[in-house]
Design a protein around this ligand. Structure first.
Ligand code: ATP
Ligand code: MG
Length: 425
């Protein structure tokens, strides 16, 4: 491919989404809309950029905020950031609008992180997410995880696994962090250098590490489950009961802790066994307290998840499920009698809810037939001078090599096309 000087490409780590891949994308969003709406979640749209404080205040110390955030000054020197994640913005909206609780919302859209781009890791990526704010009920945790699970089921994914853990409450965290820090310091030399510096400020983030040397050490680390209070255990038990009642398989993964201070009780991740380790987490979430407060609101518990759309679709590719549709069209209209028939018929079909398109520029029969084939439409309608004279249209099935053809009356087109489409599905 030749690159002309002065031509442009998408910035590193971003991509265009073209038809028909975009139709699959839209089908994913539509499914998420349906699943969320059915469970009582309402769609929330927040700005792509926010005051930088929204993210920096709650994500202090994380790589996402420290190293990966796209931040800038606007023309009035306001410090803004392209949103790197969804939860903080949802909490900001909650504080701003003080809605009735529990507030159940879902969102989707682009997020931005200055990462090293690779398969499944981009600088502009997209998430589906939900949050329930204002309830401590463990059933709310189950509802959130069940919704993610429902997405996977509806998309046909079979190799997704749920890992679950409890971080307990504030006291649990403190005691555990102390014990963990002591253990990690004892094994300091065996820990990967990159992770060593986290021990003093963010010991739990060492557990998150995927580096092999570190993992060897953390395999044997004290487990947070041994530090849970009675009420934290009760919460966790109820969550597990709920998952079992809904037939959602899970495994408890004691190392699954979230680094941020505001995470409490349930943390979870869904991983695809069909993807390699660097990109196999397709959804992560958990319960947080203190986040709303951190943003100036009342003490409000919350639970939610963020799901990477690109990774979700990579998992679908790997399992060969939820394919892109072959076509968005039902009918291709071929007119070799001047073009006005194609014009009128496409509009007529569209007014009956039939997806229809046509060739322009008075192409030859052969060229229009090629377009019909390329379009993937299951039906071609063909109008030549003979058909016009007889008040007919030829309806050709484009499946099975497109040989089967019948004549239908011009004034019955929509009915006949709908009948033909119906007999296929
Ligand atoms: P990872 O450990 O893979 O970096 P994370 O813990 O940073 O993930 P979250 O902040 O929990 O991810 O985001 C939720 C989901 O969004 C992830 O599970 C993943 O599916 C997706 N995601 C996160 N960062 C990216 C990215 N840079 N590109 C594509 N998808 C991403
Ligand atoms: Mg990350």
């Amino acid at each position: 491919m030749s690159t002309k000087p002065n031509s442009f490409q998408t910035p590193i780590g971003t991509s265009d989404l073209l038809p028909l891949g975009s139709a699959r994308w839209q089908a994913t969003l539509q499914l998420f809309d349906e699943v969320s709406t059915r469970s009582g979640f309402g769609y929330l749209s927040t700005p792509i950029f926010e005051d930088i404080g929204v993210f920096s205040r709650v994500g202090e110390g994380t790589d996402v905020v420290r190293k990966e955030m796209y931040e800038f000054l606007d023309k009035s020197d306001r410090r803004l950031a392209l949103r790197p994640e969804g939860t903080a913005a949802v909490c900001r909206a909650f504080v701003q609008h003080h809605p009735v609780t529990p507030w159940k919302v879902y969102y989707h859209g682009p997020f931005f992180r200055y990462e090293a781009p690779q398969a499944g890791r981009y600088r502009q990526f997209h998430q589906l997410g939900i949050e329930t704010l204002g309830s401590d009920d463990p059933d709310a945790d189950v509802e959130v995880m069940a919704l993610a699970w429902e997405m996977f089921q509806k998309m046909g994914l079979k190799q997704v696994e749920l890992s679950l853990n409890s971080m307990g409450d504030g006291d649990t965290r403190l005691q555990y962090a102390e014990a963990l820090t002591e253990y990690l310091n004892q094994h300091r030399d065996a820990i990967d250098e990159e992770d060593r510096e986290k021990i003093s400020d963010h010991p739990m983030r060492v557990l998150d590490s995927k580096r092999r040397a570190t993992r060897k050490v953390t395999d044997e680390a004290p487990k947070i489950s041994d530090f849970l209070s009675a009420s934290a255990i009760a919460h966790f038990d109820r969550v597990q009961d709920g998952l079992t009642a809904l037939d959602i398989p899970y495994k408890v993964e004691p190392r699954l802790v979230r680094g941020l201070d505001y995470y409490t009780h349930t943390t979870f991740e869904f991983q695809s066994k069909a993807l390699s380790a660097a990109q196999n987490t397709i959804c992560g979430g958990g319960r947080y307290n203190g986040l709303v407060e951190e943003l100036g609101g009342p003490v409000t518990p919350g639970i939610g998840f963020g799901m990477g759309i690109e990774r979700l679709l990579l998992a679908c590719d790997a399992e060969e499920v939820f394919p892109a549709p072959k076509s968005s069209l039902d009918v291709w209209v071929i007119d070799v009698a001047g073009g006005s028939h194609a014009r009128d018929i496409t509009y007529e079909l569209r007014s009956h809810g039939i997806n229809a398109d046509r060739s322009f520029d008075s192409r030859s029969m052969r060229s229009q037939m090629r377009s019909a084939n390329r379009s993937g439409a299951p039906i071609a309608l063909i109008i030549g001078e003979d058909e016009v004279a007889a008040g007919n249209v030829a309806l050709r099935s484009m499946l099975d090599n497109g040989v089967e053809q019948i004549l239908i009356p011009r004034d019955q087109i929509a009915v006949e096309v709908l009948r033909s489409l119906g007999s296929r599905s």
